[in-house]
Design a binder for this molecule. Structure first.
Ligand code: ADP
Ligand code: MG
Length: 320
């Protein structure tokens, strides 16, 4: 049970549900500061808002390099870093492909191989050039676009936790559309926990819980968001090599990291890469670790996970 002085709020920002719990004498001020910051980030990073830095960059494709804020440059650099680390399994350039598949859903018709191939040429990470010294970014190829849907929420969760700390909250929790991060412990001294959704069961049914005090926990899964085309389910995480929704051997991946930006990018990437390559990615990245829920309902976890894990039911769990 939450203690009386925990300030709990629910908002809809960045196109997703934002749940905050702040324990501090100044909780309402801290909450207001965080919300203000989330609106600012939404204005900067939204794919749909014309005035966002993302739109500015997307509009100038093939034109001049675009001067961006240091913050946007940082997020773009991070995105590129995780693209390299994941051999492009994580890719913020997939937007044309995302739109192709969205349209396919609306038309109830799977895109042709030709359409997929043609669209893929727009999605190469090489079509985005960054000049770190000048703080400029440049999209080289007409039709290319960036979309921060796979990393922006993680970055925003990091920023909110920075605010909680800077404003003196010793204890706070944010769930930004599935990107969870917490600082300190709950009012009663117990760690903050987040339940991990069982991929096959109705929403709210968790197969384990993770203690998330001072770390971020992010899950990517094919069960979360998908559309049906001609009676077949297509999920929303795409494979930039094939151009199709990732034919992964996983139902979900949960990543634990001190950085929610990292956890967000890695969970998407590891989901696309599958169990074996995804495991390598997690170890190479230096994050805390990951839990993999496979298509054959086996659960694997990397070596440092156990101390964060709270089992809710008995299940076999292998170390990788
Ligand atoms: P969610 O946003 O549902 O929590 P993710 O963090 O895994 O899930 O991000 C998925 C979103 O990122 C998609 O909705 C899409 O906008 C974008 N996306 C899809 N595939 C990729 C990919 N391979 N790399 C980066 N972003 C992707
Ligand atoms: Mg992600």
């Amino acid at each position: 049970m939450m203690s009386a002085n925990a300030y709990e709020t629910q908002d809809f920002i960045m196109n997703t549900n934002v749940e905050q719990r702040i324990i501090s004498d100044y909780a309402s001020e801290i909450y207001s500061a965080a919300v203000k910051e989330l609106h600012r980030l939404e204005n900067a990073m939204s794919f749909y808002r014309e005035a966002s830095e993302v739109s500015l960059l997307n509009r100038n494709v093939g034109g001049e390099p675009v001067k961006l804020s240091k913050e946007m440059m940082f997020v773009l650099e991070q995105a590129k870093h995780y693209s390299r680390l994941s051999e492009n399994a994580f890719n913020i350039m997939l937007s044309p492909l995302i739109q192709l598949w969205r349209k396919a859903g609306e038309d109830n018709k799977v895109p042709s191989n030709d359409d997929v191939e043609r669209t893929l040429t727009l999605c190469s990470d090489d079509n985005l050039l960054l000049d770190i010294d000048k703080d400029t970014a440049y999209l080289t190829k007409k039709g290319s676009m960036i979309d921060l849907g796979g990393i922006g929420k993680g970055y925003a969760a990091d920023i909110c936790c920075d605010i909680y700390k800077a404003m003196g909250a010793a204890s706070a929790f944010i769930n930004l559309g599935g990107n969870v991060k917490a600082i300190g412990n709950r009012a009663d001294g117990s760690p903050w926990t987040i339940g991990i959704q069982h991929p096959d069961r109705p929403r709210g049914n968790c197969y384990c819980a993770i203690m998330c005090s001072d770390v971020s926990v992010v899950t990517s899964g094919g069960y979360e968001r998908y559309q049906e085309i001609d009676g077949v389910k297509y999920h929303h995480i795409l494979d930039g090599v094939t151009g199709y929704p990732s034919a992964t051997d996983l139902k979900s991946v949960t990543v634990i990291s001190h950085s929610s930006t990292q956890a967000d990018a890695l969970s998407t990437a590891a989901f696309v890469m599958g169990l074996v390559k995804g495991t390598d990615l997690i170890y190479e990245s230096g994050c805390v670790g990951a839990i993999f829920f496979t298509a054959s309902n086996e659960i694997y976890m990397t070596k440092r996970i156990r101390q964060y894990l709270k089992l809710l039911e008995r299940f076999a769990c292998y170390e990788v």
